[in-house]
Design a protein around this ligand. Sequence first.
Ligand SMILES: [Zn+2]
Length: 280
Amino acid sequence: MITPEIKERLAKAIKGEKHISFLVGAGLSAESGIPTFRDKDGYWMPGSPNYTPQQMATWRMFCQQPLVIWNWYLNRFHICYQAKPNAGHFAIKDLQDLFPERFALITQNVDGLHFQTGMNSKQIYSIHGDLRFMRCAAACHKDLIPLPNQLKNRGLQEKLTKEEIMLLQCSDCSGFYRPHVLWFDEIYNEEYYKIHTVKYTAINTDLLFIIGTSGATNLPNQVFQLALRNNTTVIDINPNSSLFTAEILYSPNGYWIKEKSGEALPLIVEEMRKLKTEIV
Ligand SMILES: [Zn+2]
C-alpha cells in the first residue's frame, strides 16, 4: 500500500511547485456501477444487431443515421445519468481542496460524475467529451448545450418520439445536435478536448496519479509518456495490470498500487493531508 518510498515521493511532490495531476479512466466509475468500455457486459456492447460500437460511435454513422445514433446513445448511457460518484471521486475532490492552486484532472470519462462532487470544474479536462452536453453537429455555433432532462430520464426506448426529436434540433440552424463526445473517426483538438492544455499539464506535473485506465487510447498514453520522461513521480492505482504496468515497474519514478481506487485513494489523500501539515 503506501510504502515508505511512496511516502517519500508524496512528501517531495508536496514541496514542489508544479501540478499534482490525475489521469483517470473508466475503472474509477466502474465502482459507481458503470461498466468499463472493454468489459464484455460493457454499456457499449452490443453495438446494434448489425454494427459494433466502434462502427456506431463515429461521425460517419451519425451523418448517415442521426436518430438511430442518438437513440443508441441515450439507451447506452441512461445508466450514466442515474449513477452517483463513489469514494474515489470524492477523494479526488478532497485532493483538489488540499492543493487548489496546483491541481489538474485529466479524465477520459464522459459520465460527468466528477462534476457531481462539487469540484472546481475549471481544473477538469474532459478529453473524450461529456455526456451531459450536446452541440450543433453543423457547428453553426460552438456552444455546449446541456442535454434536456427529458432525454436523461427517458430510460430504454426503441425509438425517439417526435417531441424528443425536436429537443435534438439546433435552435439556431434547425440541424441536429450531436452528443459532445469524441468519436472513433475523429481527432483530439484544443477547442473541445484540450489536447494542448493537457500535454502542457503533463510536462508540468510533480506527481501524476493514474486511476483505472488501461492505457489503450492515444492521448492518455501520451500524457503518461510525457510525465514519466520529465521525471514526474507516476503512481498507478489499478487492481489489474494495464499497458502502463511494465513501464511503471521498470521506471525509477513509477509505482503501482494494486488496489481499487475507492479504497486506496482516500488513504493516500489522508496521508498527503498529514504530510502537508508537517511540511508547511
Ligand atoms: Zn446549428
